[in-house]
Design a protein around this ligand. Sequence first.
Ligand code: ADP
Ligand code: MG
Length: 267
Amino acid sequence: TANLKNSDAGKISKPASGSSKRAVVEVKNLYKSYYLGKEEVPILKGINFNVYDGEFLAIVGPSGSGKSTLMNMLGCLDRPTSGTVLMNHQDVNMLDDNQLAYLRGKEIGFIFQQFNLVPRLTAYENVMLPTYASKKPGIDYPKKAKELLKLVGLEERMKHKPSELSGGQCQRVAIARALVNDPTIILADEPTGNLDSKTSEEVLTFFRELNQKGVTIIMITHNNELALRTDRVVTIRDGLITSDENVEEHAIHMKEALEASLQTEIH
Ligand code: ADP
Ligand code: MG
């Protein structure tokens, strides 16, 4: 039928509304405050959204809007002041610190702006690190670590230390490390913030390839152009989600906002 041709079947990712996919992360009424002395400073002010299996989404917002704070909650690195985060339907509030660390190691692959590699360890040893905390039975991790380093194009650099690698190579080691435990999701906080534009391009292309293999990716960035390389853009401003739309809608709204601001300049 004519309808079938225009249907959305076959699209990899869809925004939260109308998606039939399994939710891998559910964030409900999330608040986070920090304390400066006795003064409570609210940073996240009621965040609600879900991430579905197989999505490639960006969380964008200006510096200081609370993106990294949100990443810390999504990554079980820190606890909410109130509200809930469900990771694969598991309420993280119900877990003690050890259980939380275990869940983190099992379900989440982290990628950071500063790469966060251990300087005295080789590329290979850095990739092996997460496997010490959360091992799954029946997996040959040394073999897997080597395969992942090959996958990111560092077959010849396994015994090199971070100081002997370029920024782009370090980030590729970090990506291999993030993948070693077959995480449910990859959480990347400003992953290209320390890379030149060509290397950033390579990282984004690699993310897309991973996503096409089924890996769920959440990329946090203050860079709107980078966000447009994903499928869904969640905008956060001053601790609240101000929009959550698929990338085509987001691009249109960005263009409209730009044109409106040009109009006001002219008049
Ligand atoms: P973004 O990643 O969007 O730049 P952050 O989440 O890092 O924003 O920070 C949001 C706000 O929270 C900032 O004002 C920052 O100073 C504050 N903040 C972040 N982490 C802490 C902390 N551990 N203690 C106190 N304030 C913090
Ligand atoms: Mg940040």
